[in-house]
Write a protein that binds this ligand. Structure first.
Ligand code: PMP
Length: 457
């Protein structure tokens, strides 16, 4: 559509677009990259250079790959029929998608629509605060979050940010958010066996220190994403569930990254047999084709907001303007149909295993890989300067590995830059449609890039 105009639009990008997570000084010496086309797992930039996208649109979102006609058609048909209505009324695709979602989330019952992961988490935090007000005069209001987890970019969600450097310029933050230790076994914080149980017990220690009657919710990623692709160790989740039940604490699981198939189950938590009270999701819901996010709760949570019909103010006093867009649920319905019809959950398990085996092979060949971990089509390789001492590889060198893959036409990611101590993990999250050729190419490219950067294979 804009092909003849692309040079001018790259200049417009340089002049007027403020890119996310980006130091614009870099554009003093090079052009911005503008992605102009996508098909399957491949994208092309303004120069016609092709890339294999192993990070699903940069931040693990385009789970079904690019160029899906049927999602475009579903959006078009719906927005022409009825584009938008918000407030107290519902819409047809919102009702249909809620039904489909709840069928796949046993034990949960209600879907609250919004339009980003941060906002979905804000909704959950507000629910917890209002429940505290109703049931304990505000006393049970604290929300626990875990070191290394991330829940969004707003001031509220940054108050629950386990990646300190990401939040550091933006305080002061909201009170009542308390950190619990992370559970990455590779970076052991405790000696002894049963690391998963020990890490979960550390949460209980925080609860006891704070006072169980002051803690309303525990918010966790099922697999910590940007904080290092951390899959909780054996035993962790069952113990976490037990602790939440013991102290009457709501378990809120942030599925913004893992939700809708990334880990090989519909939701990350379903790998661990845990039963949450609140689940938030965003990226994979419509695979990036429309902005939609959901905060899903049990009927018990929902019930707390309809306790007094005679009081018009006694309800969840929240709205999301773009939670009323029908493009989101229309795209989400089609996304779910594709995942099912194309058997993508199975594909994720098979291709995820292939990716993990490939990374383990690389670990045998490259001393600089200290640890590989992951679940489904979501994997991390933690790079170290020295395997014995586990000293992290310095950030500049990790970035060089990412750049070396880029030069070879494969886009990979790394944990959040400028967070000392954990900016050293390469992240791979290819689309759920990835086949053996794509997985093998990603692994082979990484092999070459590591050899180039470290100077030995
Ligand atoms: N939760 C997690 C686990 C995330 O990774 C992110 C975004 N990377 C968010 C929440 C925030 O989502 P959004 O950027 O859509 O607000």
């Amino acid at each position: 559509m804009y092909d003849n105009d692309i040079r001018r639009l790259v200049d417009a990008d340089r002049a007027h677009v403020w890119h996310h997570l980006f130091q614009h000084r870099q554009l003093d010496i090079r052009d911005p990259r503008v992605i102009v086309r996508g098909e399957g797992m491949r994208v092309w930039d303004q120069n016609g250079t092709e890339f294999l996208d192993a990070v699903s649109g940069g931040v693990w979102t385009v789970n079904l790959g690019y160029g899906r006609d049927s999602i475009g058609e579903a959006i078009k048909e719906q927005v022409v029929r009825m584009a938008y209505f918000a407030g107290s009324a519902g819409t047809v695709p919102a009702a249909r998608y809620a039904e489909m979602l709840i069928e796949r989330m046993p034990g949960l019952a209600r879907v609250y629509y919004t339009n980003s992961g941060s906002e979905a988490n804000e909704k959950a935090f507000k629910m917890v605060r209002q429940i505290a007000e109703k049931r304990s005069d505000g006393r049970k209001h604290k929300i626990l979050f875990r070191e290394r987890d991330y829940h969004g970019t707003t001031i509220g969600t940054l108050s629950a940010c386990g990646q300190e450097q990401r939040a550091s310029h933006y305080g002061p933050f909201a009170p009542g958010f308390v950190a619990v230790p992370h559970c990455l076994e590779y970076r052991r914080q405790w000696d002894g066996p049963d690391y998963g149980l020990r890490a979960a017990d550390a949460i209980e220690e925080v609860i006891l220190r704070e006072g169980p009657d002051t803690v309303g919710a525990l918010c966790l990623e099922p697999v910590t994403a940007g904080g290092g692709v951390i899959v909780p160790p054996e035993g962790y989740w069952a113990r976490v569930q037990e602790i939440c039940r013991r102290y009457d604490i709501l378990l809120h699981i942030d599925e913004v990254v893992c939700g809708l198939g990334r880990t090989g189950e519909w939701f990350g938590y379903q790998n661990f047999g845990v039963q949450p009270d609140i689940v938030t999701m965003a990226k994979g819901v419509a695979s990036g084709y429309a902005a939609i996010a959901c905060c899903v709760t049990t009927e018990a949570v929902f019930d707390m907001f309809r306790s007094d019909a005679s009081d018009p103010l006694d309800h969840f006093r929240d709205i999301s303007t773009f939670g009323g867009c029908t493009a989101g649920p229309a795209a989400a319905i089609e996304t779910m149909r594709i995942i099912e019809d194309e058997g993508l959950l199975d594909n994720v398990r098979v291709m995820g295993a292939r990716l993990m085996t490939g990374l383990e092979t690389l670990m045998d060949r490259h001393e600089c890989i200290g640890d590989v971990r992951g679940l489904g089509l979501f994997a991390g390789a933690e790079l170290v300067a020295d395997r014995a001492s586990r000293t992290p590889m310095e950030e500049g060198m990790v970035s060089q590995v990412v750049a070396a893959c880029d030069r070879r036409g494969v886009l990979i990611g790394m944990t959040n830059r400028s967070i000392p101590g954990f900016n050293n993990t390469l992240c791979l999250a290819p689309a759920l449609i990835a086949g053996p050729d794509e997985i093998d190419r990603i692994v082979a490219t990484l092999d070459e890039a590591l050899t180039e950067v470290t100077g030995h294979a």
